[in-house]
Design a protein. Structure first.
Length: 367
């Protein structure tokens, strides 16, 4: 094995499940593959309020820039000692990078090579011109401190190249990839025997208000919501089963999620317009399990070349409540179309690259 000291920076919840085989590996972004190939592979992760003295500072910066600062979750002497010995850092999303910017400044002389995965960083503009100016200034500064920037969605990748052409050589598009061996349904899917409509999500670009209204407007259908954002008191109809689920908090493992997918006829993903590739993992997992997906068409959709409307996915162009409810009614009763979407979705995912390919492409960038 080649001696390379590699450190991943994760959000909360990885420590408890990193060796748990009830979870797939895609949300570790190649970490286990690095462990197999190299001797010195470590990780640090967010711990809520690890260092409370930074809370005021991060709140001020977040308010001024509309960017995700979480110094209090990651700044500690223990983490600093780990990063001080590392040669390569993998930031698994923009929150990790921004929250570790002080480390990168302090460790400038170490010449650590770093890579970050972006999932919405360039879609945080506000209506406040002053905030936008501060945000652009800070993002430009951050981009000078990181070596490579990976975009999981082609929409945000193209937007970033337009907004920050000076750093285009650092920008790379590597799509999010599932562990296909874990997720792809090898059994015959009996779509007609499933009766639930599924919504999953916790990110800021899901349209939570709309999905609640959709369920209310369709009392004849049963819905399953898996979300930490939607609360019991938010539900305004009797046809919703709410499961308080958030991957980072280990409430449901991926085997639990397989069982939920396998009793659903359709997955719906109403989204707010943005450059963020919102809904990516849920879409890929749903299709892998043979569940047809209806999703809002947004600028941030990750791959318009592979995903074809009415062939392996349903794009909802009319993002109104009426557009959603009429579309759901039409699809729910059309078993022939559901079967076609289910079969073509599994085929698409079976022919798609898996998480090991993501690892190889990441490794090529890092080294």
């Amino acid at each position: 094995m080649v001696e390379k000291n590699i450190t991943y920076v994760f959000g909360v919840g990885r420590k408890n499940i990193i060796n748990n085989h009830n979870y797939s590996d895609e949300f570790f972004y190649g970490y286990q593959y690095f462990q197999n190939d190299y001797e010195s592979v470590n990780f640090i992760e967010f711990v809520p309020y690890l260092n409370k003295k930074y809370i005021f500072f991060e709140k001020v910066l977040s308010r001024l820039t509309n960017l995700p600062f979480y110094f209090s979750n990651i700044m500690s002497s223990h983490n600093y000692k780990i990063l001080k010995k590392t040669d390569y850092i993998v930031f698994t999303n923009e929150r990790m990078l921004i929250s570790c910017i002080l480390y990168l400044i302090l460790l400038k002389k170490r010449k650590i090579k770093s890579v970050v995965m972006i999932m919405g960083l360039f879609s945080k503009k506000t209506n406040n011109r002053f905030k936008n100016l501060l945000q652009k200034f800070f993002l430009s500064f951050v981009l000078t401190k990181v070596n490579e920037v990976i975009f999981l969605g082609i929409g945000e990748y193209n937007a970033a190249k337009e907004q920050y052409p000076k750093y285009e050589k650092k920008f790379h598009h590597i799509p999010f990839m599932l562990n296909n061996d874990f997720w792809i349904n090898k059994k015959d899917v009996q779509i007609e025997s499933r009766d639930n409509i599924l919504f999953i999500g916790n990110d800021g670009k899901r349209d939570y208000h709309k999905v609640i209204q959709i369920a209310k407007a369709l009392p004849e259908y049963n819905f399953i919501f898996v979300s930490k954002i939607i609360l019991d008191e938010d539900i305004i109809s009797d046809n919703v089963q709410l499961i308080n689920g958030y991957w980072n908090e280990n409430v449901l493992d991926d085997l639990d999620m397989q069982k939920i997918y396998d009793k659903c006829r359709i997955t719906i993903l109403p989204l707010i317009q943005s450059e963020q590739p919102s809904g990516q993992s849920v879409t890929l997992q749903s299709l892998s399990r043979g569940v047809p997906v209806m999703i809002s068409r947004t600028n941030g959709f990750w791959d318009n070349s592979k995903f074809i409307n009415d062939q392996n996915i349903i794009f909802v162009d009319n993002n109104s409540l009426e557009g959603w409810t009429s579309g759901i009614k039409d699809l729910y009763q059309n078993i022939e179309k559901l079967d076609l979407l289910s079969t073509s979705g599994i085929k698409l995912m079976d022919e798609s690259d898996s998480s090991e390919v993501f690892y190889r492409r990441l490794k090529n960038l890092l080294f």
